[in-house]
Design a protein around this ligand. Structure first.
Ligand SMILES: [Zn+2]
Length: 255
């Protein structure tokens, strides 16, 4: 039976996500921005929390862990290679490890850059990936603990997943990301279509997440640093994709 996925707003612009296995009743929260919103979402759905899958150590992804663990006795899975310890982690995981949520199986993909030990959880059978703050729709995370070159390699790992993978990220930043992306590739048809979609979705108060990875590959400039037209657009024709990516990230920081 396919997973049931429930997406909801936490804090100011974070997403909370619950992944429910209808076969076993297991339910995982992807990150724990705040206990209150996650408790409310669990009550809404009538699900009981069994696991928390943490992508990285930042407080807006971990603050809810102690309360949730005390209340549900849930297992906490987190990245093995973060510099800052994450309170309450029971199972530290890294590249290629598998993580079960009931009968649902995820593979861990290490995606350093935003933080040194950031990980993503890919559920191949479910065609869904939870990318935390590494990849956003039409954007990517800031480089807090690693280099542009490292982050670019992390994004290439995510880009290698199948086109029909649904991407769940940690924040609703899509509108600003689209405005920036259009300064890089104003004539990219896939990007223009995505801009229209985003406008329509936000106008009716819905979320722009999840997005389809195949569409991100066509429209997200941070997944396109090795496209010659993108390199040329930022004045770096012929330079390495890592350099082009770094320039894109710098420009977005100033945007
Ligand atoms: Zn973060």
């Amino acid at each position: 039976m396919p997973a049931q996925i429930h997406l909801f707003r936490c804090l100011k612009d974070n997403f909370g996500v619950l992944v429910h296995d209808p076969q076993t009743g297991a339910t995982a929260a992807i990150d724990a921005p705040e206990a209150g919103a996650i408790n409310a979402a669990l009550a809404d759905k009538g699900w009981r929390l069994t696991d928390i899958l943490v992508t990285h150590h930042h407080g807006d992804h971990t603050a809810g862990i102690p309360d949730l663990k005390a209340r549900y006795g849930c297992r906490v899975v987190g990245p093995a290679h973060e510099k800052n310890p994450i309170e309450g982690v029971d199972a530290a995981v890294g590249e290629g490890d598998s993580v079960k949520v009931g009968a649902l199986a995820a593979q861990v993909i290490e995606t350093p850059g935003h933080t040194a030990g950031h990980i993503a959880y890919w559920f191949p059978e479910e065609k869904v990936v939870f990318v935390g703050d590494t990849l956003f729709s039409i954007g990517c995370g800031r480089l807090f603990e690693d280099t542009a070159e490292t982050m670019w390699r992390s994004l290439l790992k995510l880009r290698a997943l199948p086109d029909d993978t649904r991407v769940y990220c940690g924040h609703e930043y899509t509108e600003s990301n689209v405005r920036f992306a259009l300064t890089v590739e104003p004539n990219n048809d896939a990007l223009k279509r995505r801009a229209e979609d985003v406008r329509r979705v936000l106008a009716v108060g819905k979320f722009t997440v999840p997005s389809m990875l195949g569409e991100e590959k066509q429209a997200n400039p941070f997944l396109r640093a090795d496209v010659p037209a993108v390199a040329a657009a930022v004045g770096l024709a012929g330079k390495s994709a890592g350099q082009v990516f770094g320039e894109l990230r710098e420009r977005k920081n100033r945007f």
